[in-house]
Design a protein around this ligand. Sequence first.
Ligand code: GDP
Ligand code: MG
Length: 313
Amino acid sequence: MRQVWQMAEVMRRAHFKDFLMFCIVSLKYHYSVVVRSGFVTFVGRPNVGKSTLVNAICGVKISIVSNKPQTTRTRIRGVYHGEDTQVVFVDTPGIHKPVTHLGERVNATALESVTDVDVVCLLVDACKPFGRGDQWVADHIDISKAFVVVNKSDKATREQLLGQLQAVSVLNAAEYFPVSARTGDGVPQLLKALVSLMPEGPMYYPADMVTDTEDAQWVAELVREQLLAVLKDELPYSVATKVTEWEWPRVRCEIYVERESQKGMVIGKGGELLKSVGQAVRAQMPEGAFIELHVVVDKDWQQKPERLERLGY
Ligand code: GDP
Ligand code: MG
């Protein structure tokens, strides 16, 4: 009798254990398919470090960076993949006082990007006084729901950083974060706060996709980045790039300038400048790539709507 009772107890426990396992597995399955996902837009004046921060968060170069204002001309998306989370970061052109048709277009692109996203982050430079330009951007977003990100904390003195945090506190934003896109300081805290605000949603991108920029567009951007690094004065603003042929491994990229006099400056003495640009771009492309660069004069392209359209701006 006693044995029978013991057997029954073992079975009961075994069933209970099975039942428990079943519960754990199904709960785990349930939670593993629930994804938190959403969109975050970075806005701010030119040169505050929006593109650098998107690159730092996504862990790869998504957007080109330079020390010249208005480097980013289009809306660029970078995807952050966390554990059961996916955050799509939207890098935007710096908002500035436009003087050309291109300027108007890129400003409009930036301002359109703040609608229909889960969180907007207003980036400001810790080392520059919060000015009218920053305030103008703040006035064009729903600041009470936005995060204010004070970037370049590595470069600012302690007083500068505290002063800037105090200056932006009057904005009555949702939260404030001092960060350094360059060193990564403060970035995990910002990321954590952003992820916590993401609603339950679908995976917008496959797990191995970090950007939706097409290869040809990316190569054109890499060429422009190298040119921005070496060109001086107003010339960087006069340059546009477009890949016109893609017969892998041969890629032809055209570089547009606005005036005949600029052509020589881009080519450099004996073609040296263009050659070094090509080499630097090739170093960032898969092995075997062959990049052909051609400089084309397209008079005042910045002022021509149809040209801007063709260039994707
Ligand atoms: P954007 O115009 O707002 O996209 O700014 P970029 O990302 O192109 O950066 C503008 C310049 O600021 C570049 O020279 C960057 O290297 C630099 N920069 C960006 N973030 C930081 C940072 O956290 N610290 C420092 N010291 N420089 C930064
Ligand atoms: Mg940028």
